[in-house]
Design a protein around this ligand. Structure first.
Ligand SMILES: NC(=O)c1ccc[n+]([C@@H]2O[C@H](COP(=O)([O-])OP(=O)(O)OC[C@H]3O[C@@H](n4cnc5c(N)ncnc54)[C@H](OP(=O)(O)O)[C@@H]3O)[C@@H](O)[C@H]2O)c1
Length: 339
């Protein structure tokens, strides 16, 4: 019988709950799944009851794989307990941004750079949601024609900001329909019927860019092993409940036609090409929500530069952008004999 693993999920917010669903759906080889959060209680997810226990260093004593979906920062789960779990022999896979650029930590999208896990030191990071769905199509196109430059604009769903943001969009829509004033709490401006070019905060690491935009630059370079790759991003929050969309403009070293790009993408793992404009077929976030693939469409030649291609890329940011990718990392680590 195949080996079974003792699994912990740390955090039971939007991402942690989705991890529990994905573990179940994919029949992950888990002999047990322990849920850890800030306090004890019972939670029902998808009709199954989970006993939640408070997170402590000792709670990782008997755990093989820990999927972290706690909040980020000094008081968050990964900073407080991540490396203590590693010391206890646990493989930690962290969703948050605390250690993504840490040199000890591989930053992994299994379709793109599973090999980066071979030298892991017990701690593997899941990239930012908007970066994950972009690098999945970038990698096969890079192999084909050599990436020279990436310019991306995102159209990001409110689920990426957590449950409170989903509620804020809902309340904002109702307030707008009733003609009432609405004071946002999660976002700096009303998100309903709006577009906010403001995801994260301004960072010194890339002057003028927000933290989300800087993540797309630095994480893309690390995942693809292209430390000098020119990347520019503009990240925009839009009133979509779930599913991020991205307009991606690519410049290559070598010529590549739209037809060839379409073939390469259709053969690549994790991608579904939806590209039949005359029949109104292209990726849509409402359709992608709740599913696993990265959808790519509107594949076309950019005639304003030599060797340019434009793409429209859509994925479920809570699944492929977070929970699913983390579980796929764990599955790949098992397949590669790394845990
Ligand atoms: N890969 C991605 O791009 C991506 C996408 C979305 C989110 N994320 C990241 O995933 C993480 C979770 O996001 P979310 O939207 O699910 O957050 P959330 O809804 O706010 O849930 C956070 C969960 O973490 C738990 N938690 C917080 N601090 C903790 C601590 N010190 N020890 C143990 N548990 C702690 C909370 O416990 P209680 O329930 O007891 O309060 C809660 O269950 C965040 O770091 C977020 O940035 C990543």
């Amino acid at each position: 019988m195949a080996k079974q693993y003792k699994v912990a999920v740390v955090g039971i917010g939007m991402v942690g709950q989705e991890m529990l669903k994905v573990l179940h759906e994919r029949e992950f080889p888990a002999s047990s799944v322990q849920v850890l959060a800030t306090r004890a209680r019972t939670e029902t997810i998808d009709g199954r009851d989970y006993d939640v226990i408070p997170t402590s260093e000792e709670a990782f004593e008997d755990v093989d794989i820990a999927l972290f979906a706690g909040t980020e920062g000094a008081s968050g789960a990964a900073r407080q307990f991540g490396w203590a779990a590693v010391e206890r022999g646990c493989l930690v896979i962290d969703n948050g941004g605390d250690f993504r650029m840490d040199e000890r930590v591989p930053l992994v999208v299994p379709e793109v750079n599973a090999d980066a896990m071979r030298e892991h030191q017990g701690f593997i990071a899941n990239p930012n949601c908007s970066t994950i769905q972009m690098v999945v199509p970038l990698q096969p196109l890079h192999h084909e024609a050599g990436l020279k430059r990436v310019v991306v604009s995102t159209y990001q769903a409110v689920s990426g900001s957590g449950r409170a943001a989903v509620d804020e969009l809902e309340r904002g829509i109702h307030a707008h329909a009733r003609g009432e004033e609405f004071s946002p709490e999660v976002y700096p401006h009303p998100i309903a019927f709006n577009a906010l070019p403001h995801i994260g905060s301004l960072k010194d690491t890339l002057p003028g860019y927000t933290s989300e935009e800087a993540k797309m630059v630095f994480e893309t370079r690390k995942i693809m092993g292209l430390p000098e790759l020119p990347v520019s991003s503009t990240c925009v929050r839009i009133p979509v409940f779930n599913g991020h969309s991205e307009a991606v403009n690519l410049e290559f070293e070598r010529p590549i036609s739209a037809e060839r790009a379409r073939e390469v993408l259709a053969d690549a793992p994790g991608i579904v090409v939806q590209d039949d404009f005359p029949n109104n077929v292209y990726p849509l976030p409402a359709a992608a929500s709740g599913s696993d693939p990265v959808y790519v469409g509107r594949i076309r030649q950019d005639t304003s530069v030599a060797n340019g291609i434009d793409l429209w890329v859509v994925a479920d940011n809570i699944r492929k952008g977070a929970a699913l990718n983390a579980v796929q990392i764990a599955e790949a680590a098992i397949d590669m004999g790394l845990v």
